[in-house]
Design a protein around this ligand. Structure first.
Ligand code: RB5
Length: 142
């Protein structure tokens, strides 16, 4: 199950992400926001982060204007590794090296085509399971 969260700056792009996940037959849970009305991104970053650490969802996708504020909020929750990316190389690397459990990007930064490639790369790339990466992730958790 994939947890989704956005603010007004990411709302339009999130509708495209949802359509894409549906086309792929992937299940998601939408934690809002549910309109383009101005709102506070920490609320949605926290909701998605909590959904992951509670085990309700496996991975999350967050979108605000830049992807930055909402990822900073999510990363305050222990166990969350949210990565802001604007390219597919980083999306792949953050799965392989950081075992990122949330991908974040900016609705005012990336276009729909690139955003969907980032989503696919994030969802389809496994953690490398390398010892050096596991050690570093454990250091982050500590
Ligand atoms: C909202 O205007 C904007 O600040 C927000 O979407 C995000 O970009 C914050 O990091």
């Amino acid at each position: 199950m994939i947890a989704l969260g956005c603010d007004h700056g990411g709302f339009d792009l999130m509708q495209e992400v949802k359509k894409h996940l549906e086309e792929r037959g992937l299940e998601y849970k939408d934690y809002g926001t549910y309109s383009k009305e101005s709102c506070d991104y920490p609320v949605y970053g926290k909701a998605v982060a909590n959904a992951i650490v509670s085990g309700e969802c496996d991975k999350g996708i967050l979108i605000c204007g830049t992807g930055i504020g909402i990822s900073i909020a999510a990363n305050k929750v222990k166990g969350i590794r949210a990565a802001v990316v604007s390219d597919t190389f980083s999306a792949q690397a953050t799965r392989e090296h950081n075992d990122a459990n949330i991908i974040a990007f900016g609705g005012r930064v990336v276009g729909v085509g690139l955003a969907l490639k980032i989503v696919d790369t994030f969802l389809d790339t496994p953690f490398s399971n390398g010892e050096r990466h596991k050690k570093r992730i454990a250091q982050i958790e500590d």
